[in-house]
Design a protein around this ligand. Structure first.
Ligand code: 13P
Ligand code: 13P
Ligand code: MG
Ligand code: MG
Length: 375
């Protein structure tokens, strides 16, 4: 029997939020759910799950239309527009924040919303984990993606499972020059690290198993500041990882998050902050607009949809809602306190290069006029 191709699309947008940049409130969820339910009835998508990463509205949709499908992207775009209108009526904060362009031309890429998509040939069983982060940037997944697919100290399968010893291929995007390179690990691991360690510029966008080019991860790469030419909010990226049976196990996909690590974002998108893995109930940013949060939703893809129960309800696992990540959360708070003690001194604040698109430039320009040359 020919296996079906399913496409997992996660498309996200900050459409406006409650109490500053805190959360997506219920009226916006209701609109998104209503629109996506209708699209399911109309056969555009097969099923969906709406959730939030802090103030970002996340539309997880499974369908059989392939990646970058016009109908699916239009559905997401119009849903975000409807939500932004409601956000304006309610005078929510930064209504329509990430809707950076007006005329929709068939694809939300380059228009503000973040997208990760993966078309897969369904295996006998296909476990998937989708990640969504708030108060951080594209590039924040370089570190976990490296750990998951290239680091044998994280992923035992790279050593133990003969179908993974071939290694993995990574597509790395140079967001400043709009170009891409594919690097193969372990052979080109050091070269890859030379690039992806610069998280503000290089972003891993896709990962394939080297032996058969099986797609196993996809992440969003859009940088809002590069689209808008100024600071309008952070990218707040999403990523999809496929697991098990010749790929890293779900437990290996989650293992990099046992510890917190530093990402760009946090207050005004201008600071280094410790990432905090949390369950959906804690997917909201508070102190200094953070610390940056990440949620992980696990599910199975079956027959072109998110595997559902007898009532047709998608079955989902809130993977970071677990005491196993309590240490990482504690580390995140300890590091958050350490960084905040530094105030506006680097390395708490981003480097001058990374501040290029923030309003600090206006402050510096004003001071520039007052500088006098030294004799
Ligand atoms: P598979 O590689 O067959 O998915 O199993 C590995 C495993 O169970 C590790 O937890
Ligand atoms: P968001 O990108 O999550 O909207 O955050 C913007 C901000 O400036 C937080 O301080
Ligand atoms: Mg916001
Ligand atoms: Mg956000």
């Amino acid at each position: 029997m020919l296996s079906k191709k399913a496409t997992i699309s996660i498309i996200k947008c900050d459409v406006g939020s409650l109490a500053g940049h805190y959360i997506v409130p219920k009226p916006l969820f209701d609109i998104a759910e209503k629109n996506l339910k209708k699209a399911t009835e109309n056969g555009i998508i097969n099923n969906f799950y709406v959730f939030n990463a802090g103030d970002d509205l996340e539309l997880l949709m499974v369908h059989e239309r392939g990646e970058q499908d016009k109908e699916v992207h239009k559905l997401a775009w119009e849903t975000f527009k409807d939500c932004a209108n409601k956000a304006s009526q309610l005078k929510l904060y930064a209504a329509g924040q990430d809707l950076l362009k007006d005329a929709f031309s068939g694809n939300v890429r380059g228009m503000g919303p973040g997208v990760a998509e993966m078309e897969i040939e369904e295996r006998a069983s296909d476990p998937i984990v989708v990640f969504a982060a708030d108060k951080t940037s594209a590039g924040s997944f370089n570190y976990p993606l490296f750990r998951i697919f290239a680091d044998p100290m994280n992923t035992a399968g790279l050593v133990i499972d003969p179908s993974m010893i071939c290694g993995f291929k990574f597509e790395v995007i140079d967001t400043k020059k709009n170009r891409a390179i594919v690097l193969k690990c372990p052979e080109e691991m050091y070269e890859m690290l030379a690039l992806i360690g610069t998280v503000g510029r290089y972003t891993i966008s896709r990962v394939w198993r080297a032996s058969d080019d099986l797609i196993c991860a996809a992440s969003s790469v859009s940088k809002l500041s590069l689209i808008a030419g100024k600071y309008v909010g952070k990218d707040d990226p999403v990523m999809i990882a496929r697991a098990q049976h010749g790929l890293p196990a779900v437990g290996e996909v989650l293992a990099p998050f046992m510890h917190s690590y530093f990402v760009q974002g946090w207050m005004r998108g201008s600071h280094w902050g410790p990432i905090m893995p949390v369950g959906l109930k804690s997917s909201k940013c508070t102190v200094f607009d953070g610390p940056p949060r990440i949620v992980a939703i696990g599910f199975q893809v079956a027959n072109g949809q998110i595997s559902s129960d007898d009532e047709g309800k998608p079955m989902l696992a809130d993977m970071f809602d677990d005491p196993a990540f309590a240490l990482a959360r504690r580390e995140a708070m300890q590091n958050a306190c350490m960084l905040r003690n530094m105030g506006e001194f680097e390395p708490a604040r981003l480097s001058a290069e990374d501040m290029e698109y923030t309003t600090i430039q206006k402050v510096l320009e004003k001071l520039g006029e007052r500088f006098k040359p030294l004799n």
